[in-house]
Design a protein around this ligand. Structure first.
Ligand SMILES: Nc1ncnc2c1ncn2[C@@H]1O[C@H](COP(=O)(O)OP(=O)(O)OP(=O)(O)O)[C@@H](O)[C@H]1O
Ligand SMILES: [Mg+2]
Length: 365
């Protein structure tokens, strides 16, 4: 092969290698100008290769002071610097947490001719860390609650039994009989909460079988539509027909989506919209777990009042409720069901415009 052709082949080969790297790579010359920016870097920073190539790094990334400082230090000292904790990139308009390493670019003769920045998008890692922290918090609360529930269960049985005996002592038209009925009704309510709590805190084996998510969602929506005809809510389904059956506990998933859909219906007024969508996230890897898996995402969104910022942190906490007749256990149970399926649940809410719950479940068959 002639030398020129061989050189071109090598250049193309290296360019393909850099473009194929999943992390963002930005190369800056010692004059501060960007000489290379790969597609992953385009995605993270929001700047296209055409915008970046030849541009002055410090001008293009004015907002990213940490990157500018790291780059300057590597250029000055020739040492490699990493920061996997504190860096975020804002250029795309949204805040992306990134792990950054800045390597010196050194020629064969030892001359420092610039620096290479590698950027790794760690949004998902941050989300997983948050999910783990939340799970820890909930499991402590769950253990506490279970202890309490055990203590309350026995005296409650005594109260209910005595009230039932007392009820028989009064004549049907006696006021006292009505009072005992109230005692019985309210102890039953406490009993229901306690059973839910105990279930929440106890480990349980999933009854796994191939589950058709769309059938579950379709059945729930059909039933709920009938239950709230007078509210005239629009139920919108945008389901990806290519989603296969997943191995899951059908009863628990039904409970999960019923809770989310009922919560949405509760906050919707007449003419509200409730949307359920499903899709496969092919690039979502939960490397946190031993097995890499594709995920299916199911979103339940409403255009209701949204959740105030101050409540967002608390909605997963047992007994947090803003409803007069709510137990505040619905979302705690949802959280547990999703964790048992090795998935993830998250919420986004725009006060005044609505709320979106996203459930991610591994697509294992
Ligand atoms: N779609 C939503 N829009 C607005 N707020 C919501 C939504 N979903 C949940 N919430 C808030 O989160 C709180 C907790 O929900 P959770 O399902 O755990 O309990 P609950 O609905 O109040 O009671 P329960 O589920 O026992 O009936 C609710 O009281 C409400 O304030
Ligand atoms: Mg609820």
């Amino acid at each position: 092969m002639p030398i020129k052709q061989r050189q071109k082949y090598r250049d193309d080969y290296y360019a393909t290698v850099i473009d194929s790297v999943g992390d963002g790579v930005i190369v800056v010359g010692s004059n501060g100008l960007i000489t290379l920016c790969n597609p992953a870097a385009e995605q993270i920073t929001g700047f296209s290769q055409r915008q970046a190539q030849g541009a002055e790094f410090n001008k293009l990334f004015t907002l990213e002071t940490t990157l500018i400082e790291m780059l300057a230090k590597t250029m000055r000292t020739g040492i490699t610097i990493s920061d996997h904790e504190n860096v975020v990139v804002r250029s795309t308009g949204k805040i992306t947490p990134v792990a950054v390493t800045c390597y010196p670019l050194v020629e064969g003769n030892g001359e420092n001719i610039g620096a290479i920045l590698t950027l790794k998008d760690i949004t998902y890692i941050r989300e997983l860390e948050a999910a783990v922290r939340q799970a820890d918090r909930l499991s402590t609360l769950g253990t506490l609650a279970a202890g309490l529930a055990h203590e309350v269960k026995n005296p409650l049985g005594g109260i209910k039994g005595s009230a039932q005996l007392m009820e028989r002592e009064f004549t049907p038209d006696s006021d006292l009989r009505e009072y005992t009925r109230v005692i019985i009704r309210e102890t039953e309510r406490i009993d229901h909460i306690i059973r839910e709590l105990l279930e929440l805190a106890s480990p349980r084996a999933l009854k796994l079988s191939p589950v058709n998510l769309h059938k579950i969602l379709g059945d729930i929506l059909l039933l709920q539509k009938k239950a709230v005809v007078d509210k005239d809510i629009s139920f919108i389904k945008q389901l990806d027909p290519s989603i296969p059956e997943i191995m899951a506990d059908e009863e628990l998933l039904t409970r999960l989506f019923l809770n989310l859909i009922c919560n949405a219906i509760d906050v919707l007024d007449v003419d509200g919209r409730l949307t359920v969508t499903s899709r496969v996230l092919s690039d979502y890897r939960m490397t946190h777990y031993e097995r890499h898996s594709r995920m299916v995402a199911i979103e339940v969104s409403d255009d209701g009042p949204g959740i105030p910022q101050r409540d967002l942190e608390n909605i997963w906490t047992p007994f947090f409720t803003t409803k007069t007749a709510g137990t505040g256990l619905g979302l705690t149970i949802c959280h547990k069901i999703v964790a048992e399926h090795r998935g993830m649940i998250k919420v986004e809410s725009d006060p005044g415009h609505g709320t979106k719950f996203t459930v991610l479940l591994p697509l294992v068959r």
